[in-house]
Design a protein around this ligand. Structure first.
Ligand code: UFG
Length: 333
């Protein structure tokens, strides 16, 4: 098995990046973080982890970090993630997710960093016509967010062909929950994600939860998604890095999900169960660009990595999200 090497986590003060930092530390890897704190939080980076406040497109800073830390792998989470915003401000997404990724990849190649893990998305598939999405399902994004990530995947593939670097693109389905030990969670204000919104409502931060559409082609008419616990996702990153180190001649693209879908109503039922409340549901029009159902086929992930999901239970995902939301309320006073 691969020995730990120094890892630079970009966006390590953000939601998924901070959980990757925890997973790496828990597994004994030396970690440093770069984050410009636009959407991340300094408190999300554990004490003792070298922290660089700055931009992933800052070539001088990157060269300094790689030299100081002896970096052998990059995990790249920094970027913009709000799909509707990518429609209204596409150039922001092509800058933050594509152009800046290009600069980071270039810096990694220049410093001879041999391994690169990229935070990609199921949004690269657009609205797939299959019940379970494999990596062979055509990638036809329906918004600039998906395109901005897919372009970076393409850059990595071409770079890996030309230079001594291998990469893994992980295409996330719906990431939710929080560190079960309460060390991190989703902290961004103005959340749009269903489970985050529902736990905010459970704590009285919202009066109700809107249900965006009840006329989808799904069993109960509401949108179906494959919710994956952020800690299971983080552990997949550590295993993916081991796989890259073990087989330097191979790059990987893999879906990250559990391969099962829950409807909006099923998620809200879980929140009601966990909180012992009955959240007010307000049936609202469809949100533009939402697919009926988006569920992964995680066969490649399971066949390639020794990945064992430990937090797949939906009620557990909700309970962890709720625990973090309570802690966040305390942190913010
Ligand atoms: N939903 C509601 N009410 C809400 C919020 C969401 O009914 O207040 C519904 C949506 O319509 C959808 C489901 O809950 O059916 C999940 O919506 P989210 O906003 O939580 O997540 P999305 O599936 O829209 O998007 C997520 C990520 C994207 C990523 C995409 C890829 O946020 O970054 O998954 O699948 F691109």
């Amino acid at each position: 098995m691969a020995q730990p090497v120094p890892v630079l986590v970009t966006g390590g003060a953000g939601y998924i990046g901070s959980h990757a930092v925890l997973a790496l530390l828990d597994a004994g890897w030396p970690v440093a973080v770069i984050d410009n704190l636009t959407t991340g939080f300094r408190f999300a980076v554990p004490d003792g982890v070298p922290f660089y406040e700055g931009d992933v497109a800052d070539a001088d800073l990157l060269a300094r970090i790689f030299a100081e830390q002896g970096t052998r792998a990059v995990m790249h989470f920094a970027g913009s993630i709000v799909v509707p915003e990518s429609v209204s401000d596409p150039l922001k997404y092509y800058l933050n997710n594509t152009v800046k990724s290009r600069a980071l990849i270039e810096a990694a190649v220049a410093a001879g960093v041999p391994h690169f893990i990229f935070s990609s998305t199921a949004a690269t598939y657009g609205i797939p016509s299959v019940p379970a999405v494999t990596e062979e399902t055509p990638t036809v994004p329906i918004n600039p967010y998906g395109w901005s990530k897919l372009m970076t995947e393409r850059m990595l593939a071409d770079t890996a062909f030309a230079h001594p670097l291998n990469y893994c693109a992980l295409r996330y389905f719906n990431v939710a929950g929080a560190d079960p030990q309460g060390r991190s969670g989703q902290s961004t204000a103005g959340a749009t994600h269903l489970i985050k919104i529902a736990v905010e409502a459970a704590l009285g931060k919202r009066d109700s939860v809107q249900v965006f559409g009840t006329d989808y082609a799904t069993p109960d008419g509401t949108g179906v998604r494959d919710y994956i616990h952020v800690s299971d996702l983080a552990s997949a990153h550590v295993l993916a890095l081991e796989a890259l180190i073990d087989r330097a001649d191979r790059s990987l693209t893999m879906n990250c999900g559990y391969g099962r879908g829950f409807s909006v109503f099923e998620v809200l039922d879980a929140v009601d169960r966990v909180t012992n409340l009955k959240l007010t549901r307000v049936v609202s029009p469809r949100r533009p660009g939402d697919a009926d159902s988006l569920v992964s086929d995680p066969a490649r992930l399971k066949a390639t990595l020794p990945w064992v999901p430990r937090h797949a239970d939906l009620d557990g995902i909700v309970a962890d999200a709720l625990q973090w939301e309570r802690k966040l309320a305390e942190l913010r006073g």
